[in-house]
Ligand binder design. Sequence first.
Ligand SMILES: NC(=O)c1ccc[n+]([C@@H]2O[C@H](COP(=O)([O-])OP(=O)(O)OC[C@H]3O[C@@H](n4cnc5c(N)ncnc54)[C@H](OP(=O)(O)O)[C@@H]3O)[C@@H](O)[C@H]2O)c1
Length: 259
Amino acid sequence: MKIAFVTGASAGTGREIALALAGEGHDVAVLGRRTAALDDLVREIEGLGRRALALTADVRDAGKLEVALDALLEWSDGRVDVVVNAAGTTGPLSPPIGQYSLEDFDSTVATNLRAPFIVLSRLLPVMRAAGQGRVIMIGGNHGMRGRAGRSSYSASKWGLRGLTRSAALEAGPDGVTVNYIAPGPIAIPRMKAAWKAQAEAGGVSEDEALRAYVANMGIPLGKPSEAQDIVAMVLYLAGPGGRNITGQELVIDGGATVL
Ligand SMILES: NC(=O)c1ccc[n+]([C@@H]2O[C@H](COP(=O)([O-])OP(=O)(O)OC[C@H]3O[C@@H](n4cnc5c(N)ncnc54)[C@H](OP(=O)(O)O)[C@@H]3O)[C@@H](O)[C@H]2O)c1
């Protein structure tokens, strides 16, 4: 039996990743803050014939996250095959540096960078000792570039790349891969709500608002990603195709970032 652990699984992309890993035969432990949403997901995973465990923790709270990781290992009998760090926050959305607080900066970094470090600190040794494992970080294409008004988010996602590459080098000799997926905008419920609000504010149709957003983001393929685009890459990296891939950044953003 293979065991997967997905943070940020109560909503959006992480939720879809957890369901897809269950569909591929993994028992899945899912983590977030919203207990009811996690309980719903557990029932869905169990409906697929797999075991599931809901872990409620704020990933910014190291003590609570460590308790959750202990509970995971107790549930899984000390085994972890796939770890997906999907919990993330955008942080302050538009103020320039100098106009948002240190607390907001710290909160973004604690969620997007420090939490994956805490997860790796506990689970990478377990996977290395087992001689196998796949770690997948959900970063963002703002970790490949800068963006005005997104400094804490961009900095945290850049940092996550450094953590990914270093962990890949350390764990490679023990058969563990560590990779980073860099999505651009994903059409998950939170983003769709934002596009709808933009349409209403601008007095235009939702299609027009989305076209303007895509043009503003400079997406050559002309559309945001779907969660399933990210899911497909996770399954590839977690499956046979990912056997010899490590330390890489896979950008899924319709071509907005061409380095
Ligand atoms: N959506 C996009 O356009 C986009 C683009 C590029 C990258 N990404 C990245 O993709 C990942 C998933 O984002 P999403 O937009 O698909 O999902 P989302 O709807 O924003 O949900 C975020 C998930 O992270 C969890 N989370 C956030 N802060 C947390 C905290 N302090 N403690 C525990 N869990 C926390 C949330 O759970 P609770 O609320 O239950 O705590 C939720 O499950 C993130 O890393 C994000 O940065 C997203």
